[in-house]
Each structure stands twice: as structure tokens, then as C-alpha cells.
Design a protein around this ligand. Structure first.
Ligand code: PGA
Length: 242
């Protein structure tokens, strides 16, 4: 099988309109790959469309339509040209009290509306110190992906909560071991042997060469460093080659 790697940029709540326009001027004629997926704030999505890279949405509601002020449904996102959704990011779990039950509903609705899903999972520092990483990941993955029947449209991003925005990155050995645990788990629980697993958490232009040496890595999810056009382009170049 061809070894397809992915570079995902989670722009979070960064940038105002003028910064977005400048950012796009810097990246748009430099990215010629649909293995790059950018997740801007929803209101800026139209600016990002119609390029070689794909565009994702940072969150969706789990219903198709209804009286949910402020929310965006998977079918609305799809109708705009969005192809992918981030579900279960630790910031959503932590600051918006998203439970695994809600994450699971979002996963199922997004897939049924034809969006692909990047499911984010990861342990906190406390859980890591208590050696609970595998147990936490198993709980998140089995609950969040319950009733999924087509895994071809699902990727998992392993993002240790303690590595997000902290400039602390696990050792390559640890990343490799955890990625393998996730791949084995999905194979064992769902009979799907080819799940793509990305790493996320403080990926930047300086550490990308090292992270790329993780043998079973299928790509990276980049937060903060994706908002800097030059850093992001460098990361893409390292991961995907020229
Ligand atoms: P970071 O964020 O790269 O800024 O650590 C990663 C993420 O939240 O997905």
C-alpha cells in the first residue's frame, strides 16, 4: 500500500480577517497536496476553499438541522465544500464538557453526512503519571467509535493533553508505542487493520524532523505552528517531501 502521510493544521481561534488574507497569500501557491487539511475558524472557511489542500471544520453539532443557535451541522459543512471534521479535541472535551457520548454522536452523524473524521484522543498528565494511558485511550476509542461501520473515512489523532501548547513532546519511542497500541486496538475491536494515526501536540518546524522518524506515524496534527505560514510550509515539506 502507498504510504500516504497527512499534515493537518488546526488554526483554532487564531487570526482576524486581514491576517487570514495574508496567511492565504503565503500558503496558497505553495501547497499542492490533498494530504494537507486545514481547519480554520468556521467563518473563514469560504476563503480557504478551492485549493489543492482540503478544508475541515473544527467542530460540528450532532444533529442535521434544528433549533441550535450558534451551531453548525455536518450537512451544512458538507454543503459548503468542507470534507473533514475534527471531533473530540481535548479543548472541546475540557472547556465545553464534551463527553464520549457526545463525541460518538458527532462521529456517527458526520460520517453519515459524508464527512471524514479525525478523532482526537489522548491522556492528561495525571493519567500518564498513573500509567493509565492505554486504559484511557481504549475507553475513548471504543466509546467514541461505537457503531462506526466504515473506518476508511476515519483517522485518529493521538494528542497527549500534556503536550498540547506546552512545547513538551513525548519521546519518539513513546509515540511509536502508543500509535501501535491504537492501531492494534482498532484492529482487534473493529477488525480494521489500516487505521491512520497522526501525532499532535507541540509539533513545530524544529522538532518535525525528529517526529517524522517515528516508523508507524501516518502524519501530524499541528496547532500553534500551523498559524505561522513559513513554519507550516516547512512542516509540510518535511512530512510530504517536495
Ligand atoms: P499545538 O496544538 O500544536 O499548539 O500543541 C495541537 C492541537 O491542539 O491539535
Amino acid at each position: 500500500m502507498v504510504d500516504r502521510k497527512y499534515v493537518v493544521g488546526n488554526l483554532k481561534m487564531a487570526m482576524k480577517k486581514d491576517d487570514v488574507i495574508q496567511y492565504l497569500k503565503r500558503i496558497n501557491d505553495k501547497i499542492y497536496s490533498n494530504q494537507v487539511i486545514l481547519f480554520p475558524s468556521s467563518i473563514y472557511i469560504p476563503y480557504f476553499l478551492n485549493q489543492y489542500y482540503k478544508v475541515g471544520i473544527q467542530d460540528v453539532h450532532f444533529e442535521s438541522i434544528g433549533p441550535y443557535t450558534g451551531e453548525i451541522s455536518p450537512s451544512q459543512a458538507k454543503s459548503m465544500g468542507v470534507s473533514c471534521v475534527l471531533v473530540g479535541h481535548s479543548e472541546r472535551r475540557r472547556y465545553f464538557q464534551e463527553t464520549d457520548g457526545v463525541v460518538n454522536k458527532k462521529v456517527l452523524k458526520s460520517l453519515s453526512e459524508g464527512l471524514s473524521v479525525i478523532l482526537c484522543v489522548g491522556e492528561t498528565k495525571e493519567e500518564k503519571d498513573l500509567l493509565k494511558t492505554d486504559r484511557i485511550l481504549k475507553k475513548q476509542i471504543t466509546y467514541d467509535l461505537r457503531d462506526v461501520d466504515d473506518f476508511r473515512q476515519v483517522m485518529i489523532a493521538y494528542e497527549p493533553v500534556w503536550a498540547i501548547g506546552t512545547k513538551v513532546v513525548p519521546k519518539n519511542q513513546e509515540i511509536q508505542k502508543t500509535i501501535q497500541y491504537i492501531k492494534d486496538l482498532v484492529k482487534q475491536e473493529y477488525g480494521y487493520p489500516d487505521i491512520k494515526v497522526l501525532y499532535g501536540g507541540s509539533v513545530d518546524a524544529k522538532n518535525i524532523d525528529t517526529i517524522c522518524q517515528v516508523r508507524n506515524l501516518d502524519g501530524v496534527l499541528v496547532g500553534n505552528s500551523s498559524t505561522d505560514a513559513e513554519q507550516f510550509l516547512h512542516i509540510i515539506e518535511v512530512v510530504l517531501g517536495k
